[in-house]
Each structure stands twice: as C-alpha cells, then as structure tokens.
Design a protein around this ligand. Structure first.
Ligand SMILES: [Zn+2]
Length: 213
C-alpha cells in the first residue's frame, strides 16, 4: 500500500468539509503517529504524511504546520510520550488534539497500540510500523460509521466511493493472471508432446516402409 507519494485525498477533503475540525479526523488510510524533533522545539506530536528515503514529511498537532524531518528525529508514539506533562500551553493543546485523533482511530479501526519502547520510524518498514500501531489500518473496508459527531455530516471519501470497484478490478486482474499462467503451462507441456508424437509416428511409417521393401 502506497500513499506516501502524494497529498492525502482524505486530508484535503476533510479540510474542505470542516476546516476547524479536520486535523482530528481519521483518513481511510490512517497516518502513522510520531513525536518529531524540530529545531529548538521539544519532541512534538505529528502525523506522518510522506516518507521519502530518510526524510519524513510530518504535520504537527497544534499548529498543523508541515516540516521535513530526518527519520532519526521521528519517534514512534509510545504510551510514555503520550503521557508527557508540561506547562507549555501549545504543547498541551497539541497533545489534547492528538488524544482526540487517537480516540477517533479507535472508533474507526477498532484499536490503537502505542509502541512499547522509544524507536525511530523506519524508512523501509514504516508501513509495518503503521500496521503495528493501527492493526486495522490495512483491513479491507474500514467501518464507515464514525462516532456521532453532532451536527457534522460526514461525506464519503473518493477512495471509499470506488473501494468496491477497485477490489473487483483487482480480483479480475488476478484471475486473468492465473489463467495466463495456466495457458503458458499448457503450452510448455503440449509442444514437446506433439514433437515426440510426430517423431514416433514418422518412425513407424519409416520402419513400415523398410519392412515392406
Ligand atoms: Zn490524510
């Protein structure tokens, strides 16, 4: 699953639908959550938007600003990081927003598991790390019914809208692939068979002719 190459469609759509609350909303493909070190700021909670080699594009909770952070400065969310206390009001706000987001992930994907020990994001393995954190992240179709959000109406995302179609196309492609494989196999079996058969037939005719002479 690759959603790191371009801007997240769901994030854009949530921004259009409800700019004020969009950051706590959960995308069809949820974002890996980290605490990232940026300049002089303390480790700050953030969503991973894109991973490219050793650079991680994150969006920070609180001010929603974007930054490219080296992967060695991005730590996967742990329970300890989550329970950090501080007098910094901006940090408190960011943490509060993060907690609401996590609650929404639980409602949508069933569970959220913070990492046990502090470790950095892996540029090659971040999708597995995402699956460890949100085991339901790659399950077929996520539940489309988030918790009641008062009067806010939820629109269906483009990727959800075409989910069934995409799955059907994938199944068809797989079927065609397996049929092609089968055909190839048949071809490789039948060609030598025909050659042997022709050889035997010609031999019989040849020896018959010799015997008659
Ligand atoms: Zn998103």
């Amino acid at each position: 699953m690759d959603f790191g190459d371009e801007t997240c469609i769901d994030c854009c759509q949530n921004f259009i639908t409800d700019e004020e609350n969009c950051f706590v909303m959960v995308c069809t493909k949820p974002h890996l959550l980290v605490f990232a070190k940026f300049c002089k700021y303390p480790l700050w909670p953030a969503k991973v938007m894109k991973v490219e080699e050793n650079l991680v594009r994150v969006e920070f909770f609180g001010d929603h600003k974007e930054a490219d952070i080296p992967s060695e400065d991005c730590f996967l969310l742990t329970a300890k990081l989550l329970s950090k206390t501080t007098n910094n009001e901006s940090f408190k706000e960011a943490l509060e927003e993060l907690k609401i987001h996590i609650q929404k992930i639980k409602e949508r994907f069933g569970s959220f598991i913070p990492f046990e020990s502090k470790m950095t994001i892996s540029a090659d393995n971040w999708e597995n790390q995402l699956e460890q954190m949100i085991p339901g992240a790659f399950n077929k179709k996520p539940s489309t019914a988030p918790a009641a959000e008062g009067p806010i109406k939820r629109t269906v995302s483009v990727s959800e809208l075409f989910y069934e179609d995409i799955q059907e196309i994938k199944t068809n492609i797989n079927e065609i692939k397996s049929k092609l494989k089968h055909l190839k196999k048949q071809k490789t079996i039948s060609l030598p068979c025909i050659c042997v058969f022709a050889f035997v037939l010609l031999s019989i005719i040849f020896f018959n002719n010799i015997a008659h002479e």
